[in-house]
Design a protein around this ligand. Sequence first.
Ligand code: UDP
Length: 442
Amino acid sequence: MLAQDKNRGKIALISVHGDPAVEIGKEEAGGQNVYVRQVGEALARTGWQVDMFTRRTSPEQKAIVEHCPGCRTIRLTAGAETFVGRNELFKHLPEFVEAFFRFQAESNTIYPIIHTNYWLSSWVGMEIRKRQLVKLIHTYHSLGAVKYKAETTIPLIAKTRLKIEKNCLETVDRVVATSPQEQDHMRSFVSQKGNIDVIPCGTDIERFGNIDRAIARETLNLQPNAKIVLYAGRFDPRKGIETLVRAVGRSEVRTHENIQLIIAGGSRPGQPDGEERARIESIVEELELTDCTTFTGRLDHDQLAQYYAAADVCVVPSHYEPFGLVAIEAMASGTPVVASEVGGLKYTVVPEETGLLAPPKDEVAFAASINRIISNPTRRDRLGHGARDRVESHFSWDGVAMQLDELYLSLLKQLHQEFFFGKRKAKVATKKRAISTSQKVS
Ligand code: UDP
């Protein structure tokens, strides 16, 4: 744990659609919410005063949630206080900006450092910067230019998003890429201009990693000798759950005695995630996998820690994944990962060291990789140890917060210099004006 240090100053983390205080694993709440909350809390431990701004999605929600000393979520009203999908949110952003300025004025606060998350928040950050001196940092979480390549239906907002993502990369003070692969994507598909630092996402290495496999199975009422294949995450076609189900349906996997497929994640009937779950359930039925498949629904992180520990392998079959927290959570738990060879997963999962990679949508390759792990406990354990080691050395939240801390401190220093330089320039200009006026007078 990082020690509380002297007061470093105030930071606003802006995450318009990813509320850091809500339950994770449903209603579009995933990695971004976890990232903002964990970064916020870890930064507060280093001595920053962190306020995380998000949009209020129900009148019952508290306007301010205190998480720990120095870290809170602040919910601003922008548009109706109800859930609005991210593709429909852009029109409410001017209201969000005004609510932010009102909050600053009413609380007599100015945030010199603003770190925005996802393109919608980057627009908010860039608008704020037009009106106040601030250093702006941005994390994309997902790049339109890459996401739309992997999708068949492109939303109406796509053009606006692509334009804003480019403007953001070229003009904010620093963009944080969460993997070298994401940095490459920004350079290849967004712009050659702009400043990028690579600082990965992290995970809670104490929560994930302290549970013995046999004990976890006993706790969860799972058979000690089952071969457990786990998926955890949102129900979204881009997550590729279909590929996993079809891989488990292939003979090399399904013929294992006691094979168990566990699919964890929340969904709402009638909403896009509920529809995706229904689609996945129908594939499970069609392949006659119902008896060996369990849908757990949404799990909190304490429950998930048990499932990761209990599993023989965790599968992340995404078509596109900017980072993929689930992979490092499973790895921290000592469970090897079979993941798609895309985006941040190519950075976190090292083939033959911490798990295996397979081409996205390739159920044959996924089946072969899953089989290689579940058929050989020695290999499973070797990869599991390698996975835990990699997370300890690269992906702890406190380690990530330390890198962000350094970045913010250097930007704050620059801001002070610019402020004093600006003041000096203004003084010199005033002096010059005074001299020329006095010369004219004399
Ligand atoms: N998650 C959870 N409960 C669930 C399913 C997922 O808390 O039932 C969490 C998971 O632990 C991870 C996050 O949701 O922290 C998903 O993040 P990831 O980066 O893998 O995917 P994203 O949702 O951002 O696409």
